[in-house]
Design a protein around this ligand. Structure first.
Ligand code: NI
Length: 213
């Protein structure tokens, strides 16, 4: 074997090993049949002590300026998205409504909140119509580009505008976590798209019942 051939053989072997390892990883991850999947049925990772959330000043669907203080005393379910979102946002907001329904009378202590990542198109008027599609108590918040950016950063939300064919035809890639915050605005846990409404409601019920009436 000359040196070049040995090098090529080595690289081929390396490529095969890496390829196999990656295929295995993808398969295991997709199957959800290993430690990559969530262990608890729906419990999002605890966020106690995490620096998520915090003060915000935004505008609600009635055009009123609101801050996080307006929701003091209420637990909050907070989701970021945009009303033009074809699938993820409607799915997650429907789920939020199902969670509220599953909580029964306990839902009175929870404020569902939708914060837009698209302040350009999501005016208070647009949001008023949009939130009414999901739950009568769902609040829709928008604001200036700076206010929204500050809120996204506070919640560590990823949102990136993807240009479309027309100036108005853009879409927004965004993270899709639902944040569960305490009555003082402190973060408690976060739920992902794969967490079901029943499991989320059970988690929230546990917290609310422990927290007393
Ligand atoms: Ni969306």
């Amino acid at each position: 074997m000359n040196k070049t051939f040995r090098t090529i053989a080595f690289l081929c072997a390396l490529g095969f090993v890496l390829g196999t390892a990656m295929a295995w990883y993808n398969e295991v991850r997709d199957s959800g049949a290993s430690g990559f999947s969530r262990i608890e049925p729906a419990a999002g990772p605890g966020l106690a002590g995490a620096s998520i959330g915090g003060p915000f000043t935004l505008v609600d669907q009635d055009g009123r300026t609101v801050t996080d203080k307006d929701y003091d005393g209420l637990y909050r379910l907070v989701f970021f998205g945009f009303s033009y979102c074809p699938e993820v946002c409607p799915t997650e907001l429907r789920k939020m409504a199902q969670v509220m329904e599953a909580l029964g009378p306990l839902a009175d202590r929870v404020q569902p909140i939708f914060i837009t990542t698209d302040p350009e198109r999501d005016t208070p008027e647009t949001l008023k119509q949009y939130v009414s599609l999901f739950h009568p108590r769902l609040v829709g918040l928008t604001g200036t580009a700076e206010q929204i950016k500050a809120a996204e950063e506070a919640y560590k939300v990823y949102a990136a505008k993807i240009p479309g064919d027309t100036p108005d035809g853009y879409t927004i890639n965004h993270s899709a976590y639902t944040f569960f915050m305490g009555p003082d605005g402190a973060p408690l846990s976060m739920f992902a798209a794969e967490d079901g409404a029943a499991g989320i409601a059970a988690d929230i019920r546990k917290v609310l019942e422990k927290g007393g009436a």
